[in-house]
Design a protein around this ligand. Structure first.
Ligand code: SAM
Length: 260
């Protein structure tokens, strides 16, 4: 099934450049993903195609008017069908891998990109299913945030990546049900939400400017390699994502996960 994104913006060229390259371009050629853009300016009625106005109550900056935004949403839905409507805003809940997995199950996703001080808040009240932020910082517009979300969601869809195996073992991947009990890859992650950072990766040459590769990776013992990868995944998660550490008492399987 094809995944469709509808991006609403005053800068469609940013989105078009982004989806015109790499795996996103390939996914569209193969009709796995489709990305439409709609310009709010095409839904204005004055000759300057004005989308913004001064804020009620005063203050710096301009606000995107609600009329062109809602007219654009309604026109696209009438033409191409209903969508799950997402407003990109720094005040939304944080977009993360769980949100990407959830959105990857939706057939059609609308992404509303603000500019200036943002979009008139009545749009969020009445015409939006959820708000999302890509982090606690402020961008000039929602387009780069939309690109982040499109890329993270699209790569979870079957066929978009060459090798589907690369998804399952990545950082933050939720544990697969069949890994919850003992399996080749060991027990499930002891970290919160079953999340874990991935182990480090190396490729040729085996020595680069006097820096070698961990010898276990060159020795060809796959059991030892798996154990090393598990250990490094745990150590990196513990050190680099303290907020994912399990609450005391320590999970009983931890020593076994860390053992060589
Ligand atoms: N006045 C807003 C505030 O302080 O929350 C910031 C508006 S920002 C300059 C303009 C637009 O960029 C927003 O409407 C939103 O669409 C987008 N944007 C900025 N930072 C973002 C973030 N961290 N995540 C998602 N969208 C963001």
């Amino acid at each position: 099934p094809r995944l469709e994104f509808e991006v609403f913006t005053i800068f469609p060229e940013i989105i078009e450049a982004f989806v015109g390259a790499g795996l996103m371009a390939k996914a569209q050629e193969r009709d796995l993903v489709r990305v439409h853009t709609t310009n709010f300016r095409d839904f204005t009625s004055d000759k300057h195609r004005t989308v913004d106005d001064t804020p009620f109550g005063g203050g710096a900056g301009m606000v995107i008017k609600p009329e062109p935004v809602v007219a654009a949403l309604e026109s696209v839905e009438a033409e191409r069908g209903p969508m799950h409507r997402v407003l990109l805003t720094p005040s939304g809940p944080r977009f993360d891998q769980r949100a990407a997995e959830r959105l990857a199950r939706k057939p059609r996703i609308a992404l509303l990109c603000g500019r200036y001080e943002g979009i008139d808040d009545r749009v969020r009240e009445g015409w939006v299913d959820e708000c999302l932020s890509i982090g606690d910082f402020v961008l000039n517009g929602g387009e780069v945030a939309a690109a982040v979300l499109i890329e993270a969601v699209a790569r979870l869809r079957a066929g978009v990546l060459g090798n589907p195996d690369s998804i399952a073992h990545e950082s933050f991947a939720a544990p697969e049900p069949e890994l919850e009990s003992e399996s080749e890859l060991g027990p499930a992650s002891p970290f919160l939400g079953g999340q874990v950072l991935e182990h480090p990766h190396y490729t040729r040459p085996p020595s680069f400017r006097d820096r070698g590769v961990p010898p276990v990776l060159l020795a060809g013992d796959h059991g030892k390699i798996e154990a090393w990868r598990r250990r490094l995944a745990c150590l990196r998660t513990w050190a680099l994502r303290p907020q994912l550490r399990p609450k005391p008492p320590l999970p009983p399987e931890l020593p076994r996960l860390l053992a060589a």
